[in-house]
Design a binder for this molecule. Structure first.
Ligand code: SAM
Length: 237
């Protein structure tokens, strides 16, 4: 298992706290925003898994999962809560959620290789009750509704780098999220491309900010900034 240097952040915006917070900043389009890129990544990870049983990268490291799990425990999210992992990748977060007792878990990803890898990982962990589906979150045909908690770790970042139409992708993402979450359901987002202020602005309509989870900060030139931001929102209808 490898701890990832978060590549989707290469076009990123880890600004220091008193920089210009232009909330409508768009990043330069990048391959990291394409399905082909992720399919290639997970094809390679799938081959490695089949060769040596390594599940692949943990985006933003183990702590990025632990901090959300700690919050879920404090927030008393029940073990039977319906939880959706948006852009599940290798399903590492689903595995951790299951190890913490959560038992109503769904993961989706638009990369077929990611879903094959996720199914293999879940089979190895004997977690075959977890649902994983190949699905584009920006354009899903099947029902994806009534989740108590939606989790995003790096997926909105990737979508924000979509070379075709980054603005439209972000709007579609927010609409899909609104549909997927129950009223008063929670949304946890971990991002390395967007600052807290930018995320607050993006998820202002239909969501209420709950809290920021503490992440490692850095200092530069007398200013303080974060490499990764994790925010919790509540859906309000
Ligand atoms: C940076 S990776 C993070 C993977 C996983 N969340 C993790 O933390 O390990 C971004 C993931 O988002 C998925 N993704 C990007 N756009 C998507 C979309 N429109 N619908 C579903 N999945 C998408 C990619 O295939 C990839 O698995």
């Amino acid at each position: 298992m490898e701890v990832a240097t978060p590549e989707p952040c290469s076009g990123g915006n880890n600004s220091l706290t008193d920089e210009n917070n232009d909330s409508d900043t768009d990043f330069a389009p990048s391959d990291l925003g394409t399905k082909e890129y992720w399919e290639d990544v997970y094809q390679k990870e799938l081959e490695t898994f089949k060769d040596i049983g390594d599940v692949g990268e943990i985006w933003f490291g183990e702590e990025s999962m632990s901090r959300v799990l700690r919050w879920m425990e404090k927030a008393d999210i029940p073990e039977d809560a319906a939880i959706l992992d948006i852009g599940t990748g290798n399903a590492a977060f689903l595995v951790e959620l299951a190890k913490h007792g959560y038992r109503n878990l769904t993961g989706i990803d638009y990369s077929p290789a990611s879903i094959e890898l996720a199914r293999n990982v879940l089979k190895m962990e004997e977690l075959t009750d977890i649902i994983v589906k190949e699905m584009d979150f920006l354009n899903y045909q099947e029902e994806l509704k009534c989740f108590d908690v939606c989790i995003d770790k790096g997926t909105f970042d990737a979508i924000s780098l979509n070379p075709d139409n980054t603005k439209k992708s972000k709007t579609l993402y927010i609409e899909s999220l609104k549909d997927a979450l129950k009223d008063k359901g929670f949304f946890s987002i971990t991002s390395c491309n967007w600052t807290k202020e930018q995320l607050l602005e993006k998820f202002s309509d239909g969501f209420e900010f709950v809290q920021e989870l503490p992440t490692r900060s850095f200092q530069f030139g007398g200013k303080t900034g974060n490499t990764v931001t994790t925010l919790i929102f509540k859906r309000v209808i």
